[in-house]
Ligand binder design. Structure first.
Ligand code: ATP
Ligand code: MG
Length: 414
């Protein structure tokens, strides 16, 4: 691993805490150079409920990643998720005094400052997570992605803003710091997952990403090439497991095994297998019909899709996402989930696995790592969009060693 180009993602999920050490190679590509994972404890529906349990799970995950990579971790990119994240779209303009002017980074920063000044974090009890540029319009006409160096007399910037409730944000930061780590930056789950699984043409056509994890379903909507809307619903695979546990009176562990070994989103058989299971506290087995198991899973997954569909309908996005839906997160591994989603949304559906990286693919080439890989990719893109110059005498940047001022500068850009 090249020591200088390191980004670390700490993905705190409801079922697992994953630490990925990402190395940026000389061609600017992401190579996963370290992997650590621990079962998550103390998180429910993306919310910290037992901080000390979360801290020990973080330490376990980070220690494992350090030993696989043979290097120490100090700073991390962490994720924010849960029903308390919210988003807005906003725009701001600058008219230059001169008739024509070359647009500089200063002008972009000024636009972002204007947008940021309208948010009143203290009053609204919110923390700004992202201010993501969507596009710029020059002289009311030309739409551009990167206006720096172009000439105009007027520039308008359109931005997507992601906010988190200040208490949730502060608690998360405290827990990570109590684990002996420094938080360099935060990425919202829906943005991270979408970054890992989407193709540019899908963003152009309009697309919805649904990352269905254990505790949350994170939704991102892209339209005309950029992010339009995000939402985190407090529902996920844990509810499917609990439904199975209730219906068949088995333990949560047994229900999870039943789900992942025999489950499906819709039945592809007329007669299911008869499965022998032991109800809680009983030594006498009972027999579960696989059709009943699939029926339980189908009911809950349908409800999750209906919740997402209703939101898209209410916001007017449903008719505008011609690219369809991408499903990711651990629940996307449920057999026939694509077919169930297609029947509910009436749109094309595909399963999204993380892309645009190499290394540890035996561990991370699966839907449940879309967020972790996406966090690394998002941070990498952010740094390269800043056109970061080498720091100190190293031949490349080290995001873990970049001073606070530069990190703050990066933060203000996205
Ligand atoms: N083969 C499978 N079939 C059905 N469900 C599965 C399968 N494999 C994993 N899951 C489910 O995926 C969920 C875990 O997904 P993931 O790892 O993406 O969640 P997480 O990141 O820990 O949680 P969250 O992001 O919601 O906080 C669990 O509910 C698990 O039961
Ligand atoms: Mg997750």
């Amino acid at each position: 691993m090249g020591k200088e180009n390191v980004i670390v993602a700490l993905d705190i999920g409801t079922s697992k805490i994953t630490t990925l050490i990402g190395d940026i190679d000389d061609s600017g590509n992401l190579v996963v150079a370290g992997f650590g994972e621990a079962p998550s404890m103390g998180i429910e529906k993306g919310i910290i409920v037992k901080p000390n349990d979360v801290i020990s799970a973080i330490r376990k995950s980070v220690d494992e990643a350090e030993s696989t990579a043979g290097s120490k971790i100090s700073g991390v990119i962490a994720n924010v998720s849960g029903y308390h994240i919210e988003c807005r779209n906003d725009a701001e303009k600058i008219e230059f005094n001169t008739s024509q002017k070359i647009i500089t980074q200063m002008d972009i920063s000024q636009l972002i400052e204007k947008v940021a000044s309208k948010i009143q974090p203290q009053k609204e009890n919110l923390e700004v997570i992202h201010i993501i540029p969507k596009k710029y319009i020059l002289d009311n006409e030309d739409e551009v992605i990167d206006p720096i160096g172009l000439v105009a007399s007027k520039i308008e910037g359109k931005f997507h803003i992601v906010l988190d409730k200040i208490n949730a944000y502060t608690n998360l930061k405290k827990v990570i710091e109590s684990s002996g780590l420094r938080v360099i930056d935060f990425v919202a789950n829906p943005i991270a997952s979408a970054t890992a699984v989407l193709y540019p043409e899908e963003k152009e056509m309009g697309i919805v990403v649904l990352d269905i994890g254990a505790g949350t379903t994170d939704m991102a909507v892209y339209k005309d090439g950029s992010i339009e809307y995000i939402k985190s619903f407090p529902v996920g695979g844990n509810q499917v497991t609990m439904d199975i546990a209730h219906r068949f009176k088995v333990s949560k562990e047994e229900a999870e095994k039943l789900k992942t070994s025999y489950g499906a989103a819709i039945p592809d058989f007329e007669e299911g297998e008869i499965i022998e299971v032991y109800p809680r506290g009983s030594e006498e087995p009972i027999h579960v019909d696989q059709l009943d198991l699939v029926d339980t899973i189908e009911a809950r997954l349908s409800e999750i899709f209906e919740i997402a569909k209703r939101e898209l309908e209410e916001l007017g996005y449903l008719g505008k996402v011609n690219g369809g839906v991408v499903l990711t997160g651990g629940v996307a591994k449920t057999p026939y989930i694509k077919e169930l989603a297609e029947s509910i949304f009436g749109l094309d559906v595909r399963i999204g696995k993380p892309k645009a990286y190499t290394g540890f693919s035996d561990k991370v080439a699966f839907p449940e790592y879309a967020t972790s890989i996406g966090m690394l990719l998002f941070a990498k893109n952010k740094v390269s969009s800043m056109n970061t110059q080498p720091v100190s005498n190293s031949s490349s940047f080290d995001i873990l060693k970049i001073g606070k001022s530069l990190i703050e500068k990066i933060k203000s850009i996205f």
